[in-house]
Design a protein around this ligand. Structure first.
Ligand code: FAD
Ligand code: DHB
Length: 390
C-alpha cells in the first residue's frame, strides 16, 4: 500500500487531519488499533471551543453538532458554596463554547470519511514506524491477521498519549516537559436531569468538582480524588454525598440518579518538543497532554492538525516546504498557551494537601480576584473559549 500521508490513530487529531487533507484533494490512510465500535463508545471530552465548532461546520461535518450540541454562554464558578457566573458571551465579545461529546464528534468524522471513500484500517495490531527520516513506512498486522506495509511520503503521529509515534523522534533531539498532579478526577455518567443550566466548576474545602452535562437525561460529573484510589471503593451513595458536599450552599443541591459509568482519570501536563522529525509530524495528545480542567485537549488536537493540514497541502501541491518546516514552532506556541491556562485553572480550583496555610490563602485571593475584577474574569473567559483558529 502507498499513500501520500499515513496517519497513525483515528482520534480527533487523526480523523480531522484526514478530513481536512481530503478537502484539499490529498489522500491519506489511517491505521488505528481499536475497532470502530470501541472508538465510538469511549467517553471523554465534552466541551468544544467555538473555533472547533466553526471548523466542523465550515468543512461539512457540523450538521448534527449544530442540531444536537448545546451552546453555553457562561459557566458557574462556585467557591465555598457560593456561585458566581462567568459570562463568557459578555466577557469575550460574543464568543461561547458548545457541549457536544467527543465520541459524537468522532462518529461524525468517521461517517464523513467513510462516505468520502477514505481508507481507515480499524483493529490493526503491532503498529510500527520505520525510516521516518527518508522513506517512511508504517508496518502493522490488519484485523484479518495479515502483515501490511504502508509506504508514505509523510507520517502523522496522531496516536494519543500512549502511542508509539513520539518515540520515533530520537531521544537526542526530543525534549519532554512533564508535571504530574497529586490528584486525579473521579468521573461519572448518571441518568438524571441537569442540576443547572450551565457547567459548574466548584472549589471547596473538600476539593474540586465539575458538574457537566451530556443530554437532558444524562449528566457528566467529576470530583478530585486520590489518583491511586479505586473505583470499587466508591458506592453510588458515597459518590453522591461527596459531590453534594462539594457544591452545597445557596440552597443548591444536585439532582441524583442511577450512575452507569465510573472511572478515575490521572492528571498531568506534558509537552514533547519538537513535534516533528524528518518526515514524521506528531499532533494532539501524542505531542502534549493537558489536565482536563480547562477542556482544552480535544481543541488543541484540532488546532494542531489545522496547522499541519495547511503545511502538508503547501508541500504536496505547491512544493513549498516552509509550512512543514515551521510546523512544530507554529503549533507549540498555542500548545504552551493552553498548557499555561490548564495549569492555572487547575491550580486555582483544586485542593493541594501538601501546601501550607500561606498558599491556601493565596489561592483563595486569586479566586477572589477573578470574582471581583472584570479584567481578571475576562482573562479566564478568553482562555476558556479559546483563541480563534488561524
Ligand atoms: P486520542 O483521542 O487519544 O486518539 C488517539 C487514537 O490513536 C486512539 O483512537 C487510539 O486507539 C489510537 N492509537 C493509540 N496507539 C496506537 C497505535 N500504536 N497504532 C494505531 N493507533 C493507535 N478535551 C477537550 O478539549 N475538552 C474537554 O472537555 C475534555 N474533557 C476530557 C475529559 C476526560 C475525562 C478526558 C480523559 C479527556 C478530556 N479531554 C478534553 C481531552 C481529549 O479527550 C483528548 O485531548 C483528545 O482525545 C486528544 O485527541 P487525539 O486524537 O490527539 O488522541
Ligand atoms: C467536561 C470535561 C472537562 O474537562 C471540562 O472542563 C468540562 C466538561 C465534560 O466531560 O463534560
Amino acid at each position: 500500500m502507498r499513500t501520500p500521508v499515513g496517519i497513525v490513530g483515528a482520534g480527533p487529531a487523526g480523523l480531522m487531519l484526514s478530513h481536512l487533507l481530503h478537502r484539499q484533494g490529498i489522500d491519506s490512510v489511517i491505521v488505528e488499533t481499536r475497532t470502530r465500535d470501541a472508538i465510538e463508545a469511549t467517553i471523554r471530552a465534552g466541551v468544544l471551543e467555538q473555533g472547533t465548532v466553526d471548523l466542523m461546520v465550515a468543512t461539512g461535518v457540523g450538521e448534527r453538532l449544530q442540531r444536537e450540541g448545546f451552546p453555553h454562554h457562561g459557566f458557574e464558578l462556585r467557591v465555598d458554596g457560593v456561585g458566581h457566573r462567568i459570562d463568557l458571551h459578555g466577557l469575550t465579545g460574543g464568543r461561547h463554547v458548545t457541549v457536544y461529546p467527543q465520541h459524537e464528534v468522532l462518529k461524525d468524522l468517521i461517517a464523513a470519511r467513510l462516505a468520502d471513500g477514505a481508507r481507515i484500517v480499524f483493529g490493526a495490531s503491532d503498529v510500527s514506524l520505520h525510516d521516518v527520516e527518508a522513506a517512511p513506512k508504517i508496518r502493522f498486522t490488519d484485523a484479518e491477521g495479515r502483515s501490511q506495509v504502508l509506504d508514505c511520503d509523510l507520517v502523522a503521529g496522531c496516536d494519543g498519549s500512549h502511542g508509539i509515534c513520539r518515540q520515533a523522534i530520537p531521544e537526542s533531539v526530543r525534549r519532554e516537559y512533564l508535571r504530574i498532579y497529586p490528584f486525579g478526577w473521579f468521573g461519572i455518567l448518571a441518568e438524571a436531569p441537569p442540576s443547572a443550566e450551565e457547567l459548574i466548576y466548584a472549589r471547596s474545602e473538600r476539593g474540586f468538582a465539575l458538574i457537566s452535562t451530556r443530554s437532558p437525561t444524562v449528566q457528566r460529573m467529576y470530583f478530585q480524588c486520590d489518583p491511586n484510589d479505586r473505583v470499587d471503593n466508591w458506592s453510588d451513595d458515597r459518590i453522591w454525598s461527596e459531590l453534594q458536599a462539594r457544591v452545597k450552599g445557596d440552597g443548591f443541591a444536585l439532582r441524583e440518579g442511577a450512575i452507569f459509568q465510573k472511572g478515575i482519570i490521572p492528571m498531568r501536563s506534558f509537552v514533547c518538543e519538537p513535534m516533528q522529525h524528518g518526515r514524521l509530524f506528531i499532533a494532539g495528545d501524542a505531542a502534549h497532554t493537558v489536565p482536563p480542567t480547562g477542556a482544552k485537549g480535544l481543541n488543541l488536537a484540532v488546532a494542531d492538525v489545522v496547522v499541519l493540514a495547511r503545511a502538508v497541502a503547501d508541500l504536496i501541491q505547491r512544493n513549498d516546504a516552509a509550512g512543514v518546516e515551521a510546523y512544530s514552532a507554529t503549533a507549540v506556541r498555542r500548545v504552551w498557551r493552553a498548557q499555561h491556562f490548564s495549569w492555572w485553572f487547575t491550580a486555582m480550583m483544586h485542593r493541594f494537601d501538601e501546601v501550607g496555610p500561606f498558599d491556601a490563602r493565596r489561592q483563595r485571593a486569586e479566586l477572589d480576584m477573578i470574582l471581583q475584577s472584570p479584567t481578571a474574569a475576562r482573562l479566564l473567559a478568553e482562555n476558556y473559549v479559546g483563541q480563534p483558529l488561524t
